[in-house]
Design a protein. Structure first.
Length: 252
């Protein structure tokens, strides 16, 4: 995310500012729209969730944007004012939920985490000096290996700007293991068959486990209540877990 160093979720802030218009009142977001980021690794699943929720009482119209350049929290507020009542794809740290000011969070529609990945069977306890581990810049694994949370294995840490670059480093043999956002791993394996046989295990470090939820304006909860109710119906049917279980290896 570009937001909080995990996955990119929104278009550039410059686009947001120029579209809103200096000194002009922004139009209100449509009550039954939902923003989806086409660059998010869970975009395809989120499209399917939105389509399914119509059967459970929440027919939402998607507004799709490209968030590959990253964005600040200010842009989420812009989207909530002008485009969408809900913004899906927001990562929620299970240890410290922190939505942007004025916005709130729906129930998470899946749980996920950073995971340890290697071409061979390898767990966190097996990490040792002399190994190279690839991580994304400013992610929980990066802070962990830097010793920010206390004791850390004395491995060589290679840092990269994106999760895809981290996985490329592992695929090309530049690292013995990688610590990555599991939805990014799922997307990567879709176009890299060799990655489908990698060994994936949970990471037991602070701030590794996350939920993914939708944002909404705190003072306008009606759409969020409808979303949560429809989500519960979809969950009880078993349909939600059938779509999202691929992201849950590290969250157990």
């Amino acid at each position: 995310m570009a937001t909080r160093g995990i996955v990119s979720f929104a278009a550039t802030l410059a686009f947001a500012v120029s579209t809103a218009g200096a000194g002009s009142a922004a139009p209100a977001a449509h009550a039954a729209t939902v923003c989806l980021d086409s660059s998010s690794p869970s975009f395809g699943v989120e499209q399917k969730i939105v389509a399914a929720l119509a059967r459970y009482g929440d027919a939402l119209t998607p507004f799709v944007y490209d968030g590959s350049q990253g964005v600040s929290e200010r842009f989420f507020k812009y989207l909530s004012r002008t485009k969408c009542a809900l913004i899906m794809g927001f990562p929620v740290d299970r240890e410290n939920p922190d939505p942007p000011d004025g916005l709130a969070l729906t129930e998470p529609y899946f749980e996920t985490a950073y995971v340890l990945v290697s071409p061979r069977k390898l767990e966190q306890r097996d990490l040792h000096a002399g190994m190279t581990v690839a991580v994304g810049m400013a992610t929980a694994p990066h802070f962990y290996l830097a010793g920010a949370f206390g004791a850390a294995p004395g491995v060589t840490t290679d840092t990269y700007q994106t999760q895809e670059q981290v996985l490329d480093a592992l695929s090309e043999g530049h690292a013995a293991a990688a610590m990555v956002w599991e939805p990014s791993l799922v997307r990567y394996a879709g176009s890299h068959p060799g990655a489908r046989n990698w060994h994936v295990t949970a990471l037991h470090i602070p701030h590794a486990r996350w939920g993914v939820a939708a944002l909404y304006v705190e003072s306008r909860p009606a759409e969020a209540q409808r979303f949560n109710a429809a989500l519960l119906g979809f969950e009880r049917s078993g349909g939600l877990s059938s779509l999202t279980h691929v992201y849950s290896t590290g969250s157990q």
